[in-house]
Design a protein around this ligand. Structure first.
Ligand SMILES: [Zn+2]
Ligand SMILES: [Zn+2]
Length: 246
């Protein structure tokens, strides 16, 4: 499996940029569409059977919301793919060279991205970028498809995070891929509009994040963070939405 992935990564690195772009578009759209579709179906099943969870916001979706979100999301995926061509020029090695290297890459990228996403999100809420970020906030009651329903400029901010990081710290291509795909899946989960009401503490902890982010969509200038709440706590932009909030 790892040999196959290595061969695929090496092929992507060596191939003509048109081939590399096509491959990156396919991967980004596949991750977005499959994760959003599967999560939507799963939530629908759980809510319909009144088992272990309910919707955070029960209002009806706006007319044409689903189609608009999917169109914007696929456009964002194409922009992420273009940005990945920049990463192709900047990565250090295919994979981390040691366990220490692996830990350093994950830790440093996490600290960087938590800060980058918080401050970029604050910037998007300023007057200058209001029009840009309005596209994402058109989704008040969010769905998994809302995750990447963003203006192309906002998609560019997201897509350039890895290349920017690579300019200041060595990041392997494999880790960049793993972090990007898991980041996409987590962002889709953040927009699931699902509140877990079961008793499993671990699931409760993980599924508390959608409440945190839904509160941002409902209230506006609160909960700007991605995973951690460091910056929200420091800048007093944290709003606890329910007892299940992480
Ligand atoms: Zn926002
Ligand atoms: Zn959002």
């Amino acid at each position: 499996m790892i040999d196959y992935l290595n061969a695929l990564l090496q092929f992507w690195v060596d191939s003509h940029w048109v081939v590399a772009l096509t491959m990156a578009v396919v991967v980004n759209i596949a991750v977005y569409v499959c994760t959003a579709w599967l999560l939507s179906r799963l939530i629908m099943l759980i809510v319909e059977h009144h088992s272990a969870g309910e919707l955070i916001d029960n209002r009806l979706l706006k007319k044409g919301q689903a189609k608009l979100e999917a169109t914007n999301g696929i456009t964002a995926c194409i922009i992420f793919a273009v940005c990945s061509l920049v990463s192709r020029e900047l990565f250090s090695t295919l994979w981390p060279l040691s366990v220490v290297d692996f830990i350093l890459q994950v830790a440093c990228f996490t600290i960087f991205y938590e800060s980058y996403s918080y401050f970029v999100h604050r910037l998007l809420h300023t007057k200058r970028f209001k029009k840009v970020h309005r596209v994402h906030h058109q989704s008040v009651r969010v769905t998994p498809w809302s995750a990447y329903s963003v203006h192309p400029v906002e998609a560019l901010f997201i897509g350039l995070s890895a290349p920017l990081f690579m300019m200041i710290f060595p990041l392997s291509l494999g880790m960049a891929l793993v972090l990007h795909v898991s980041g996409m899946m987590f962002t889709i989960l953040l927009h699931s509009n699902f509140e877990y009401t079961g008793r499993n503490m671990l699931i409760k902890f993980v599924l508390a994040y959608p409440c945190y982010h839904s509160t941002h969509h409902i209230n506006g200038n609160v909960n700007f963070g991605f995973v951690n709440k460091w910056w929200d706590t420091i800048f007093k932009t944290l709003k606890v939405s329910s007892t299940h909030d992480p």
